[in-house]
Write a protein that binds this ligand. Structure first.
Ligand SMILES: CC(C)(COP(=O)(O)OP(=O)(O)OC[C@H]1O[C@@H](n2cnc3c(N)ncnc32)[C@H](O)[C@@H]1OP(=O)(O)O)[C@@H](O)C(=O)NCCC(=O)NCCS
Length: 185
């Protein structure tokens, strides 16, 4: 599969509105995006601004997804990824995260890590993080209210520049509670 990435242009506003409103996004805080909301997000600079950049994921000339990179002035940029439903589960997510990881580390020398979060039950996204060398770093219980009121857990993953350079994945040290004060109960 030949996948390309192309930076969003001002003339992409209406195609982007159609993309966002044309699918359901069950793992985003707004699952059904209406046109006014999409246009407001674009006008606010969520996709393109001093701190944010976004790219179409193209197969041939067809836009099948959007990569959104955020907090680019920071040492820890974040990303979001959306694919059209008909193009999920075909390896595009993995290719996109591999591409954006390289792009961020090459384009922003001050970036020493890249982060992403998702809902605990977003199994494909969690698998993509792991397959692309990201390590699970955070688990926030009941942190993700869905629109029906259910509280889900949020999970956070990150990749370090030094791990990306060596191709190794170093994991956080989880058993690090200080023991000098004895048990708490
Ligand atoms: C999440 C998303 C970006 C993943 O991209 P994708 O192209 O569908 O994912 P890929 O095909 O690259 O890989 C999916 C992996 O998850 C696995 N997978 C798919 N469904 C799964 C499930 N229900 N349970 C466990 N693993 C699953 C696949 O087998 C594959 O793993 P593998 O590479 O080891 O075989 C895409 O599905 C999407 O846009 N979803 C809607 C928006 C979204 O949730 N975005 C993430 C917001 S943080």
């Amino acid at each position: 599969m030949d996948i390309d990435f192309r930076r969003l242009l001002p003339s992409d506003t209406e195609p982007l509105v159609r993309f966002l409103t044309g699918e359901s996004w069950p793992f985003h805080s707004v699952g059904e995006v209406d046109g006014d909301t999409a246009r407001r997000w674009i006008a606010e600079g969520r996709f393109e601004s001093g701190e944010n950049r976004s790219f179409w994921i193209l197969i041939g000339a067809e836009p099948v997804g959007v990569v959104r990179l955020m907090d680019l002035a920071d040492g820890t940029p974040l990303f979001d990824l959306r694919l059209r439903a008909g193009h999920r589960g075909r390896g595009i997510g993995r290719e996109a995260v591999t591409w954006l990881t390289r792009y961020l580390f090459e384009e922003f020398p001050h970036a020493h890590r890249i982060e992403g979060t998702t809902r605990r039950d977003n199994h494909p996204m969690r698998r993509v993080f792991l397959r692309c060398g990201y390590a699970k770093e955070a688990h926030y219980r009941d942190a993700w209210p869905s629109q029906d009121g259910t509280l889900h857990d949020t999970v956070g993953y990150a990749i370090l520049r030094r791990d990306w350079l060596t191709g190794r994945v170093t994991l956080p040290q989880w058993n690090d509670e200080p023991v000098d004060r004895g048990p708490t109960r």
